[in-house]
Design a protein around this ligand. Sequence first.
Ligand SMILES: *[C@@H]1O[C@H](CO)[C@@H](O)[C@H](O)[C@H]1NC(C)=O
Ligand SMILES: *[C@@H]1O[C@H](CO)[C@@H](O)[C@H](O)[C@H]1NC(C)=O
Ligand SMILES: *[C@@H]1O[C@H](CO)[C@@H](O)[C@H](O)[C@H]1NC(C)=O
Length: 609
Amino acid sequence: MLLRLHKFSLQLSSSTSWQSTKEGMFYFPCYCSPSLFLGLYLLLKPPGLQALVSQKPNVVIFMADDLGIGDIGCYGNNTIRTPNIDRLAKEGVKLTHHIAAAPLCTPSRTAFLTGRYPIRSGMADFGGIRVLQWTGGSGGLPPNETAFTRILQKQGYTNGLIGKWHQGVNCEYRNDHCHHPLKHGFDYFYGMPFSMMGDCQITQPPEMAAPLRTRLWFYTQWIALAVLSLVAAKLTHLVPLSWKTVFLLAFFGLLFFVSWFSSYGFIRYWNCVVMRNYEITEQPMKVERTASLMLREAISFIERNQHGPFFLFVSFLHVHTPLVTTGNFTGKSNHGLYGDNVEEMDWMIGRILNALDNQGLRNNTLVYFASDHGGHLEAQQGNVQLGGWNGIFKGGKAMGGWEGGIRVPGLFRWPGILPEGTAIDEPTSLMDIYPTLVHLAGGTIPQDRVIDGRNLMPLLQGCVKYSEHEFMFHYCGAYLHAVRWHQKESGNVWKAHYVTPVFQPDGAGGCYELRFCPCSGEGVTHHDPPLLFDLSRDPSEAMPLSPDTEAVFHAVLSRIDKAVDEHRRTLSPVPQQLSLNNILWKPWLQPCCGMFPFCWCDKENDANL
Ligand SMILES: *[C@@H]1O[C@H](CO)[C@@H](O)[C@H](O)[C@H]1NC(C)=O
Ligand SMILES: *[C@@H]1O[C@H](CO)[C@@H](O)[C@H](O)[C@H]1NC(C)=O
Ligand SMILES: *[C@@H]1O[C@H](CO)[C@@H](O)[C@H](O)[C@H]1NC(C)=O
């Protein structure tokens, strides 16, 4: 007991080392200062606290997919109903300056799991395809990255992932599962190895299939032409090839064609897959029941592991299009299908929080809620908005620099340890979860690599004023688009944009013609000098500063340039997980629950949903 207590040192900034909340409840003093007041603690020893500190906390993380910061009540939305998420804010700490490391799912989640900028693990792309496209591709979270779950596992945690993964499956052959959650420190996985997509719901317009259809036609023509010319050349003795070579070439041409063709219309079979651990339970999945199944799985994971410590990562398929929502919620919100989907997700969170309460785990569980990045402005069908709302912030999903792409909700609740109903405006990152949880589990972060996240406990508990992040680097793919400098002494939060996307139509606030803003090439503008904003005065990035309006303009930019140089020196080349070769669909890697290519099954028991 004593040994453990050393970690939970006390602070004597207030007259007693215990700070009381309005309700007269105690919360645990800071971990951060030396344990000088252990004696005082032992003297005061508020009831119930011993149990708290003698155990490692359980951790439940809720991560929404594509949810905008302006979509929830506690961040200022007064027309959408998110009572359960709002309750977390009321009972815990709300971060108002919480930043995702990337504006798209795959890289943002990699950064979250590894505590590192995605460029360090090869999950930041140079080419243009910025997320994994197929469950049958070879890219993914590299086996030599250490997700925080691996460290938690070593510290005695049982880790469960329910929902979306989107970090790859196989490397070299079907079922090598080199990128699978169970190879990255999870003990249990139920959900999609990929991501919810328009292609998964038959009634929705296809998302990935659409560009493929036109490209398919193009490839078909060329392959047919190539095969015909080859045979003609052989017949007329124009080329000195043996029939064997001709057949071989024709065969590969055909194989290539079949790969393209089989993806066409088969995307549901290839990507809309649900797994339990290594076993495929549904291929293709029946999207209408997935939310109920996930809920059942999450609650039963909590019940099975009530004696803890456990880590449960609820990685929602909500609120990514196609916005599959169950009957109880459709047509109920003020914001169409999108609002319905947000409200359903909130309800699911409430159910899971209730499960914690029912097991008596509320006080011994750290709960965290966030979104993987900003809302998708360009997700629209006609005039109907299907993507999220980023409040006062400019831009959205896929935009690496503009605040709307990366500023996300961040809520922490841990009754008795974290203060209730507080808000923290300091810049924080999703990458901070890594060292925070490693610290709480009593582990140590890897020393052989750079970890970009910082332990949040001192900040959350109110024992330090400033976050440890001075500079944050905002990448779009592998391209550095912007840098944030939190100048502590002055309170300014400067942001310099080196590159910004070209909005189309002009001034529309998004890339409505392309659906996603690009990171490089024709679709971006380079700024020299960079566009400079002060977020502390201008959070919407509406008024770029100039040497005339801002006395320290040049000084700020040169300090930021220096930080970029220092940051770049910490990067080293790594294998590219999103290279064309790693992105391509490879039939021999396709997870398949039958005899390939006949992959279909439904092993789910939905009798009592
Ligand atoms: C609330 O969220 C909806 C749905 O995204 C959005 O249309 C609306 O503008 C938001 N309202 C406020 C006040 O932010
Ligand atoms: C949980 O913590 C709160 C706040 O510290 C306290 O009021 C409550 O009694 C605790 N509940 C249990 C079951 O220990
Ligand atoms: C993982 O392996 C790659 C390729 O060998 C290497 O470049 C990279 O530095 C390794 N990463 C870590 C974190 O060790």
